[in-house]
Design a protein around this ligand. Structure first.
Ligand code: F6R
Length: 364
């Protein structure tokens, strides 16, 4: 049931601190601050390459994971949407881990891609929310998310739980490959363990996001910009908005603006900029200023320091709690979900059952 909530989507957004904590319990041992996996003796040390395949929101979780696998484990990563992967001629080398991410565990294209990778001799890992699903049955390594049933068609809590699992997996792989000191491991465990509280803190900003949503609801087109792991989040933000509010939205890597999309900018196209303070902040802000110089109306989502440094001249700002870069993608998921939700509610669309969409896509 929806409890006191008006829609399943908002209920599921609010469940995130609890379900992320539940999920992390299978991947972190708080007592001795070590990482673990549901199959603790699964040997990752020989993995030379990771191939990530998924669809939709689950694909964007995989795209964020690519940054983590490269950064922590220093392992090359191939990444593709399942409907492309299965029909191209991917060069699959031995000693690879093929990683499939799916809330339902039944998405037809992802399942077909999994079977293809198995025929090619890859080890198969799946991040799934339904432990009895086809993908879970066919995998060598099942990495469950414990998000509970997700009813809203737009994926929210499954996504942040996927991110939690993927961060832990990337760190596990780094450890298995000898790229992590005990201190590094402890620090990863500590930062991941902060995620539930940080998600709670992010949820406290719902009202300010609601105010911004009222302004976005009138737009015909919206752009989302981000760099690094905030680039996939920009894509996810745009997907959330278009699927439930039917406003045309696109996500871009902030640095790609000047290669075309900046031509779209005028005072009628709101631009949502996702830019926590950190090493990429200045770069993203300079892209944001290019937008502002052309009359673009910017909504900056950042932390207190970021808003202080660059918030002047924005149409609106959304302040997030300060978050370690490892959990920032989880924390910044909250404002993009809440923004899409409140825009849709303002427009009066069917939030939980958007037109033309099904929760589980079991046909290709
Ligand atoms: C978007 C959304 C979809 C799914 C996609 C994959 O909000 O929910 O894009 O993420 O259909 O579904 P799963 O994860 O079940 O394979």
């Amino acid at each position: 049931s929806k409890g006191n909530h008006r829609h399943f989507m908002i209920k599921e957004i609010y469940e995130q601190p609890i379900v992320v904590a539940q999920t992390l319990r299978s991947y972190l041992r708080r007592i001795d601050e070590t990482l673990t996996l549901p199959i603790p003796d699964f040997d990752l040390s020989g993995i030379k390459r990771v191939t990530i395949v998924a669809c939709g929101t689950s694909f964007y979780a995989g795209m964020i994971a690519k940054y983590w696998f490269e950064q922590f484990a220093h392992v090359p990563v191939d990444l593709d949407v399942a409907s492309e992967f299965r029909y191209r001629a991917p060069v699959i080398e031995p000693d690879g881990l093929a990683l499939f991410i799916s809330q339902s565990g039944e998405t037809a294209d992802t399942l077909a891609a999994l079977r293809h990778a198995r025929e090619e001799g890859q080890k198969i890992a799946v991040v799934v929310n339904v432990p009895t699903s086809s993908m879970a049955r066919e995998a060598d390594l099942v990495l469950p998310t414990h998000a509970g049933p997700e009813i809203g068609v737009a994926s929210t809590k499954a996504f942040t739980c996927q991110l939690a699992v993927l961060a832990a997996l990337a760190a596990n792989l780094a450890r298995a490959k000898g790229r992590m000191t005990q201190e590094d491991e402890q620090s990863v465990v500590r930062h991941l363990a902060e995620a539930p509280a940080a998600l709670n803190a992010a949820l406290a900003y719902e009202e300010s996001i609601q105010t911004v949503a009222a302004e976005i609801a009138a737009a015909r087109d919206v752009l989302y910009l981000g760099r690094g792991t905030d680039y996939p989040l920009a894509l996810e933000g745009a997907l959330k908005l278009k699927e439930i509010s039917y406003i045309h939205a696109e996500g871009y890597a902030a640095g790609e603006m000047k290669h075309g999309p900046i031509a779209l900018i005028d005072d009628k196209v709101p631009v949502i900029v996702i830019a926590p303070s950190g090493p990429l902040f200045e770069k993203t802000v300079s892209n944001m200023q290019e937008v502002q110089a052309r009359g673009g109306k910017v909504v900056l989502i950042s932390d207190y320091d970021g808003i202080e440094a660059a918030g002047a001249g924005c149409m609106a700002t959304i302040t997030m709690p300060k978050a370690h870069p490892l959990i920032a993608p989880l924390v910044y998921s909250v404002p993009i979900q809440l923004l899409a939700y409140h825009v849709a509610v303002t427009k009066g669309t069917d939030v939980d059952q958007p037109r033309n969409l099904a929760k589980s896509v079991t046909v290709e």
